[in-house]
Design a protein around this ligand. Structure first.
Ligand SMILES: Cc1cc2nc3c(=O)[nH]c(=O)nc-3n(C[C@H](O)[C@H](O)[C@H](O)COP(=O)(O)OP(=O)(O)OC[C@H]3O[C@@H](n4cnc5c(N)ncnc54)[C@H](O)[C@@H]3O)c2cc1C
Length: 430
């Protein structure tokens, strides 16, 4: 099956009809790869039209490999910052590590750009492939019928849609989760929050302040500062045109209904009192910022519904902390793996394909999630005198050299045989 990697099947050739709920990174990536694999897809998205939401988003080479296969490298590269290294400092401003970034690494590129810009490229590519994207359609009900081997959704407004399966890519506050699990999974506070911002460098005078000028006079740069229970990362992007920053800090406030609020600059600046003055200088340039409470979810016991016709992918299945820098990459891997196992299994074997998909994805996703916690803890517990590569952002081969499509072709038969031999058990974690 290895020879199938990257090949595009004729449209509708597998006869598998799929409803994808949500046009975020997970939903779009899934729909794109499913179309490439010959499945027949419709996307349902609640919002009427795309909005510019969020700020910096990173994709690792494990996702970059997939974007390149889709022919999107040049388009995505053009909207991204290009940072040759990360200059990491302790809170007093002493340089403790310069981590060089190889591009490409393990044969593929990583990307750091505005969430909305990269998202728009994926959206337009889905349109180019002729995928039906129904904007302004909110799913209010999920259903499945094991006897007929179908599942579907009901839209606000009452329309009932049917397909061979439904992919719920409806994000961290997933409504589908309750249908799949039969209970309401509640997020828990992680004990941390981030303030984050993205703004135009020239408009905010970044080039005229001697404390911030270094951000925009040497091409794109990536600076970081670490202190007790805090880390602060900032980049300039597109040749110094825009600045993004994210500061992660302790936050024990109670969870509100919405986890993202406008941030107050005086609260942000309190975090870096007594720090290298470059921190307050760049932070205070932001005209506004977001206060984003970071939540954690216990790993869900399963991502597959009882009738094995509805699945959760992306943040709906496994929300990520920003320090993992893998949320969107794992969402993309989910979709590619799914499309591939469905192609191999065929229309008559969708339930076993979904079980195999879950087995293939479950432990890998968990390992990537845990990396977010370990990087945060490593930086937050570092002593001011700590230096060197122990402070690096991890770039493990198991994570970045991975090819989700090739892996699915390689292991699917073995995983399926295991399920048929032993019966399916809910995934467990090592
Ligand atoms: C507003 C926003 C800003 C973000 N900003 C950043 C950022 O700056 N940096 C970063 O690293 N990550 C950011 N993220 C997170 C990042 O996009 C995700 O972690 C990752 O890309 C996984 O995406 P996803 O597709 O699983 O979920 P999401 O990106 O959340 O997409 C879910 C989609 O499902 C739709 N949806 C939800 N419910 C329904 C329903 N009932 N019917 C139809 N459609 C529905 C939503 O409108 C949304 O478009 C942001 C997410 C959001 C939603």
């Amino acid at each position: 099956m290895q020879e199938n990697i990257g090949r595009i099947a004729p449209p509708g050739s597998t006869g598998i009809k799929i409803i994808v709920v949500g046009a975020g990174y997970a939903g779009l990536a899934c729909a794109i790869e499913c179309t490439r694999k010959g499945h027949d897809v419709v996307i349902l998205e609640r919002v009427q039209k795309l909005k510019v939401l969020g700020d910096i988003l990173s994709l690792g080479p494990n996702a970059g490999r997939i974007l390149a296969r889709w022919g999107l490298h040049d388009r995505v590269w053009a909207v991204c910052g290009h940072h040759p290294c990360m200059n990491l400092h302790n809170h007093l401003g002493e340089l403790v590590r310069v981590q060089k970034f190889e591009q490409p690494k393990f044969g593929a590129y990583s990307y750091n750009g505005h969430r909305a810009e990269i998202h728009r490229i994926l959206y337009e590519h889905a349109e180019e492939l002729g995928i039906s994207i129904r904007m302004g359609e909110e799913v209010t009900e999920y259903w499945e019928d094991g006897r007929r081997g179908v599942s579907g959704v009901v839209l606000r407004g009452g329309e009932r849609l049917e397909a061979d399966m439904v992919v719920a890519a409806d994000g961290v506050r997933s409504f589908a989760r309750k249908f799949v699990l039969d209970y309401q999974d509640k997020p828990k506070p992680s004990g941390y929050a981030v303030y984050r911002a993205w703004f135009d460098a020239a408009e905010q005078g970044v080039d005229t302040d001697p404390l911030t000028r270094h951000m925009v006079t040497n091409g794109d740069v990536f600076y970081g500062w670490i202190g007790q229970d805090v880390h602060f990362l900032t980049t300039s992007n597109l040749g110094g045109k825009s600045i993004s920053w994210v500061i992660t800090h302790k936050d024990d406030t109670e969870l509100l209904d919405t986890s993202s609020l406008p941030g107050k600059m005086e609260d942000v600046l309190k975090i870096v009192e007594g720090w290298d003055p470059r921190c307050a200088a760049i932070l205070s340039k932001a005209p506004e910022c977001v206060d984003w409470k970071l939540t954690v979810h216990d790993p869900l016991p399963t991502w597959v519904s009882k009738g094995r016709r509805i699945i959760l992918i992306g943040d709906a299945a496994h929300p990520f902390l920003p320090t993992s820098i893998q949320g969107a990459s794992q969402a993309i891997e989910d979709g590619v793996t799914l499309a591939t196992v469905l192609q191999i299994a065929g229309k008559d074997n969708i339930p076993v394909a979904l079980q195999a998909w879950e087995k293939i994805r479950y432990q890998r996703v968990r390992n990537a999630q845990l990396m977010g916690e370990s990087t945060r803890d490593k930086w937050h517990q570092a002593k001011p005198e700590d230096k060197g590569e122990q402070l690096d952002l991890p770039m493990p081969e198991w994570l970045f050299a991975f090819d989700a499509e090739a892996h699915a072709y390689k292991v699917f038969d073995e995983v399926r045989k295991g399920i048929e031999r032993d019966g399916y058990r809910l995934p467990s974690l090592a």
